[in-house]
Design a protein around this ligand. Structure first.
Ligand code: KG4
Ligand code: ZN
Length: 403
């Protein structure tokens, strides 16, 4: 089935859009339904469902995400998560069973998911949504494919346009969602002055993204080895902290004294905007291994965590500030799982307020810093209308770069 160009044009002209979005790039199965309305200074967002079903407990036993386990879990979780999302949004209405031949072809590699689709989704009405958005990359290929094929099956079943979304664009736009203090589940999206500089920090990425005009992304710096979240996770694991290591390590760091140990901030003074965290990880590894285990546990753990955090954040803050100055950024934002880190938010916010007081600083609501589907719907609304595609063209791309 092909989405006609008429429908795509109609979609572009609409001022109000209801988007159902799907995120499965890593170990969260997430679905959101949100209404976006254009407002005089940006947009308004009303969220009718927002569900993140985490697989963390399953992967914790392995100390990291196992791609094929993630795939299996997404297959099991997608339909129940969708049913909960539709129930939450009061959009679940029974109808006469629909035909499913095309859906069976789309989901031929996801037989278990297909059985759940047949059991639960063929007998409900297509929900009143304008489009479906789904993360197509970057991420873990087996996990992405399940979400993409599920989105394709829904687009086919419900005859809706499908908008493929870059996961990192999702993290970028999450910073623009300003929570409404008076109204539950409502956000506003301000119109921000350009250029916008984004620091995107997650378990798989560390990148500085420059946006001179809406919405042309250009990556000016990236990590040459580990992502910063990955370094947090690996050192957290070495310290015996709970998985994922980032939040636990940061919590521990708050109780330590960073002056007790010096750990290196790799590439702190290089003239480019690239990052590297493997040297810091190795230095922390030898520091920990060099201490008698009892001493480490009893006295040094929090101090080493604090030194690690300081070394990692020093380089993020310094390079972001230098890029903001060089490119005359009028807005700086952060996004990605690591942007939940309170010290990073405060240090970058304070540094910018002091050095570039005219520059606006935005960070996501901490609940939206990690992987979720609302950020995918937001990115789809902000950038994706023209990208609504023939469903057969939409494919997962594990290594796609923002741009
Ligand atoms: O964006 P995200 O949820 O998933 C990916 O796209 O990778 O990011 C997850 C990463 C993990 O490495 C996790 O340890 C890290 O974000 N993280 C943190 C904090 N909260 C999550 N790192 C440092 N401090 C935190 N508070
Ligand atoms: Zn992410």
């Amino acid at each position: 089935m092909f989405i006609t160009s008429n429908r795509v044009l109609l979609l572009e002209r609409k001022h109000a859009m209801r988007i159902l979005s799907i995120e499965t790039s890593c170990d969260e199965t997430a679905i959101a339904i949100a209404d976006f309305t254009r407002a005089p200074t940006g947009a308004r967002v009303n969220v009718s469902s927002h569900i993140v079903s985490s697989q963390t407990r399953i992967h914790a036993a392995f100390g990291g995400v196992v791609p094929n386990l993630a795939r299996r879990e997404h297959q099991q979780n997608l339909v129940p998560t969708l049913m909960s999302a539709l129930t939450q949004a009061q959009m679940l209405a029974p109808q006469a069973p629909a035909r499913h031949q095309a859906v069976s072809v789309i989901l031929e590699r996801e037989q278990y998911l297909l059985s759940l689709v047949k059991k639960h989704l063929l007998a409900i009405d297509p929900p009143p949504i304008d489009a479906i958005a789904a993360t197509y990359g970057p991420g873990l290929a087996p996990a992405l494919w399940v979400g993409v094929n599920f989105a394709r099956a829904l687009a086919e079943l419900w005859q809706k346009p499908l908008i493929p979304v870059n996961h990192m664009a999702g993290h970028f736009f999450s910073a623009l969602l300003q929570k409404d203090k008076k109204q539950e589940a409502s956000f506003s999206i301000p119109s921000v002055p350009f250029p916008v500089l984004g620091l995107l920090v997650s378990g798989g990425h560390t990148e500085l993204v420059l946006v001179k005009k809406p919405w042309h992304f250009s990556i000016i710096g990236t990590t040459l080895d580990d992502a910063v979240g990955e370094a947090y996770d690996k050192i957290g694991r070495l310290m015996g902290l709970s998985y994922p290591g980032g939040p636990a390590l940061s919590h521990l760091a708050a109780q330590g004294d960073a002056r007790k140990y010096h750990l290196p901030s790799p590439m702190l003074n290089t003239k480019d905007y690239h990052f590297s965290f493997s040297g810091l990880k190795t230095a922390a590894f030898y520091l920990i291994r060099g201490l008698p285990p009892a001493t480490f546990e009893a006295e040094r753990k929090a101090d080493i965590a604090a030194s690690f955090e300081k070394a990692a954040l020093d380089v993020l803050v310094k390079k972001t500030l230098r890029a903001a100055k060089e490119y005359k950024a009028k807005t700086v934002l952060i996004g990605g799982g690591v942007s939940a880190n309170r010290v990073l938010r405060k240090r970058l916010g304070d540094t910018l307020a002091h050095e570039l007081p005219a520059c606006r600083f935005l960070a996501p609501d901490p609940a939206l810093a990690g992987d979720n589907a609302l950020m995918i719907a937001t990115a789809a609304y902000m950038t994706g209308m023209k990208k609504a595609r023939n469903i057969s063209d939409v494919r997962a791309d594990a290594n796609v770069v923002l741009g």
